[in-house]
Design a protein around this ligand. Structure first.
Ligand code: SAM
Length: 339
């Protein structure tokens, strides 16, 4: 299949965003406003990154259907991303802001659907580590026979639940409901060793087929915590069929903000087998399985990068750092895969 036919989204030049951002009435409701005020006044940047990501999904609604994302993101993140997108469009930028979130979301959605579908009857446990404002349990029909576990810090999960209560009770979102067979929220710090015990106390069964979904999370952890987390997953997957889906930043990418990002890995396909994973498949944004029709311009930053050897740290044409985000799928078992 030619590369440009392999995606399922609209070409970016055909995507347009309205001049004025239209906000749902729900964001003006008193309880919702008050929850977002607390997010802004009390949360640090780590927790607030969850709202930023939700804003990306909300504003790329032409390719991602996530109707709850607006209320979870909140007005200020929606406005700030909308302004950036408008400015990118006016300046005919090769990459429109938020496209990474859009491609990443679509990649995780499609890999999750494949992984769950490969288990008999689509029955699996799906564990979202650093779940943030993810609403896959509400928006993916493929999870109808799966138990979803969302793991994040307690204050984030409490606020998310409160925002969702407002949204699901409102006229605008009537009809939205959990599509997964079950949804359990687990308050835990995944940088600490007790997270797995907490997950098990919430009903997670290590012997059952599991998809581990680590989207936009590993690089917020220290190197030690990230490797320990992956090791714990591998150790708990060895006797069962399981799939790891994760994204990794390389060193140049992490150096964009050393105060925010920590763990980096230029070679996840080398690291994961040393921890007990097998069948590692690595994609970069723009690859045939990771552009979804959103990366047509060959001079697009991501297309220029992925055509260079991964060992290159700076671009030979202009000396700019090669900032890469890897999308990685692996089997949790050392011997056996899921396909
Ligand atoms: C960028 S957001 C991504 C959220 C979600 N996976 C998504 O793609 O929309 C990062 C999330 O990781 C969570 N997180 C970061 N460090 C964590 C830790 N040590 N334990 C639990 N959650 C953590 C944050 O609270 C935040 O919700």
């Amino acid at each position: 299949m030619p590369e440009e036919d392999s995606g399922n989204g609209a070409a970016p030049e055909r995507l347009t965003w309205p001049e004025e951002l239209e906000l749902p009435a729900l964001l003006a409701a008193e309880n919702v406003r008050s929850l977002h005020e607390t997010i802004h006044s009390e949360w640090g940047s780590l927790l607030r990154s969850a709202c930023q990501t939700a804003a990306g999904r909300a504003l790329w609604k032409q390719v991602i259907r996530d109707p709850l994302a607006e209320v979870l993101a909140g007005e200020s993140y929606l406005r700030s991303l909308h302004d950036k997108i408008r400015s990118d469009q006016l300046n005919r930028a090769r990459e429109v802001s938020g496209v990474i979130i859009a491609v990443r979301t679509l990649w995780f959605d499609s890999r999750l659907e494949n992984a769950v579908g490969a288990f008999a009857g689509g029955e699996a446990q799906v564990v979202l580590l650093g779940a943030g404002m993810d609403t896959r349990a509400y928006r993916l029909g493929c999870l109808s026979r799966s138990s979803v576990f969302e793991v994040d810090f307690p204050e984030l999960l409490e606020t998310k639940e409160a925002l969702l209560r407002e949204a699901l009770g409102s006229a605008e979102e009537q009809g939205a409901a959990v599509m997964a067979r079950s949804l359990i929220r687990v308050a835990a710090d995944i940088g600490e060793s007790e997270w797995l015990e907490k997950l098990q106390r919430s009903g997670f069964a290590p012997e059952k087929n599991t998809v581990w979904l680590l989207e936009g999370i590993l690089y917020y952890l220290s190197h030690q915590a990230a490797v320990q987390l992956l090791q714990s997953i591998a150790d708990n997957c060895s006797s069962t069929r399981s799939v790891l889906l994760a994204d990794f930043m390389n060193e140049s990418c992490v150096s964009l903000s050393h105060s925010t990002f920590k763990f980096h890995c230029d070679w996840p396909d080398h690291l994961l087998p040393t921890l007990g994973f097998s069948q590692v498949k690595l994609s970069q944004i723009g690859d045939p399985d990771a552009h979804f029709g959103l990366m047509h311009d060959p001079e697009n930053l991501f297309n220029r990068l992925r055509n260079l050897p991964r060992s290159m740290q700076t671009h030979p044409d202009d000396g700019t750092p090669c900032r890469r985000l890897y999308l990685v799928e692996a089997s949790g078992s050392a011997q056996e895969g899921t396909r």
